[in-house]
Structures are given as C-alpha cells and as structure tokens.
Design a protein around this ligand. Sequence first.
Ligand code: Q46
Ligand code: ZN
Ligand code: ZN
Length: 339
Amino acid sequence: MKCRKCGHEAVINMRQHKLALCGDHFLEWVPEQTQRFIEKYKMFTRDERILVAVSGGKDSLSLWDVLLRLGYRADGLYIGLGIEGGVDYSNQSHEMCVHFLENFKFQTPALRTGASVSNVNVTADDGPQTTNTQYLIPTLHVVDIGKLYGETISEVASRTTRGRGKPCSVCGLIKRHVMNRVARDGGYDVLATGHNLDDEVAVLFGNTLTWNAGYLVRQAPVLPADKPGLARKVKPFCRLYERESAAYALVRGIEYIYDECPFAEGSTSIAHKEVLNQMEKDSPGVKLQFYLNFLRAREQGLFAGAERAAHVELNACEKCGQPTSAPELCAFCRLWEKR
Ligand code: Q46
Ligand code: ZN
Ligand code: ZN
C-alpha cells in the first residue's frame, strides 16, 4: 500500500476515508484534522488556555502532543486515582505523563531554556492544601486523590454505597470535580479530554439502546460551561478513530500505558466496542456515520424536547462552590461527609 501524497510505503490505511498515508504524512494529517474539528465545532481559540486531562494512555497524550504542535497553550492535568490492579496502574500511568512532558521539552529548544514562565495557584477547597505550583509552559498538574482527600478511588469505592461494586461511578464523579476545580483555580478557559470516535460511538450506542434522552442531549464535541467562570468541555479527537490515535502515538514515538484501568474490564462500553468493531469491519465508516448523523439530528432539534425536560436550575455547592442540582452539598462533597 502506497501513501496517497508521496508514493512511499504507507504506515496506515484508513478504509473509511479511502486514504493510505506514510508516517510523515500521517503525522501531518492528524493535526490538520484536529484543527479542522476545533474550528468546525468552535472548541477554542488561539488566545484561550487549555487544560488537557491526561491519563497516560494513547489518546490523551496524543491529544496533548497535537495541541502543542498546533501552537495552543495547553497544560496537562494528571489525576492519581491510586488504582493498583496488579499492574501498578496509577503509578505507571503517572510516569508516562511525566516522561511525555520531559521528552516534549527536550525536543523543543525554547522550552529547554525555560523561556516562558507563568504562575498558577492550585488550592484545595477541602482536604489538605496542595502546594502552589510554579511552572514552565507546558506544565503538568498532578492531583493525587489519596494524598489530597485521604482515600484512593478503590478505598472510597469500597466505603460508599455509590461506589460498591461500581468504582467507575465514584471515579467519574471525583475526576469531574477535580478537573473543574483545577481548571477554575488555574484560570483555564477550556478542559479537553482525549475521547476518540470509538469512545463516543460506544457511549452513543449504549444510550441509544436504552433511549436515555438525558444523556443523549449531553453528548457533544463541545459542552458549554455549567456556570459562568467554569471551563467548557471539549473533545478534539471525537472524530478520530481509536486506531488512528494509537497509530499517531506509535509513529510519533509517544510511550503510553497499554493496560486499561483494571476496573474497565467487563464494562458494557467495551462489549459495545466489540460489536461496533465487527460492524465497522463489514462496512468501513459505519461508526463515523452513526456519530455524524446523530450530531446532525441533534443540531436539527431531534432532542429539543428532552433538552427542555432535562434542564434543571443549578445551585452552587455550599462547600466547594461547584454547580449542583442538590440543594446544599454536591454529590462530591457528600462522598466525604460520612467518614
Ligand atoms: S479510570 Fe475510573 Fe475509568 Fe478506571 S475506575 Fe472506571 S472510570 S475505568 S475511564
Ligand atoms: Zn507520504
Ligand atoms: Zn461540593
């Protein structure tokens, strides 16, 4: 298979785009596509500050790399969940993020000299105080849940009713809170996550099977901030297949953690991914069409009724100030109340 642009040996054949590319042209193509999606969905501008949630996996590290290569002001946020799972999962994933940043700085001469310096204060709204962080751009913020709140995800999950048997529920809640908090305290405009097309389609498929309108209206490449002053949430890789983001990391030489979080095992979204992969094999492009047609239908108002029904007035949590539909404390703060 030859590269469509230069005729050299191709490293990837993207059947859904009828496009094969060599390594060099693929490394150009991914940022070009990402830039196109950033503009199309009006995710952010060149003046805005972006916080990228990095997990040490291929998607989030590739996204951070692409945004930096495109010249955006993008910092990373790693949340240490304290998940061991027999593979030292959290420590390994933390290391991958640190390693990525070191490599990136090393390859970028201006950053090696520490040309641009700025400050951000990351303060805990509860629990022990984190230290103020002075950093070079780009920087990696690290929040260790165990150290900051006194319990790891696994520990909170086994203590609380919400988490028992389903750690992902408390994990998602805690991650959302921490991301919002770091974005707010650090003055970031946008919070970017590395969700790829396969992730989005698996979620969409699950929510369609159950016709969960409340979730369907909240699934989009850009989610406006819940309250003024909070960061909006964006997914710049939402149209990039998982296979493409993995290939990007590989060709670009980004090291990442191969293991999935041990708690992801047996999840319905993994089962849905398998079904969808089989469908994609039989008809290339079916995932992308499913997702794009959903976005179009959504734009045309197919879910407008559900959107009105799902609208709830949000209050500020009495303890942390984050938006909540509860009258006093938000679900995150309630997690730590009954210790
Ligand atoms: S990290 Fe957390 Fe995921 Fe692990 S415990 Fe579940 S939600 S699977 S993205
Ligand atoms: Zn080429
Ligand atoms: Zn709260």
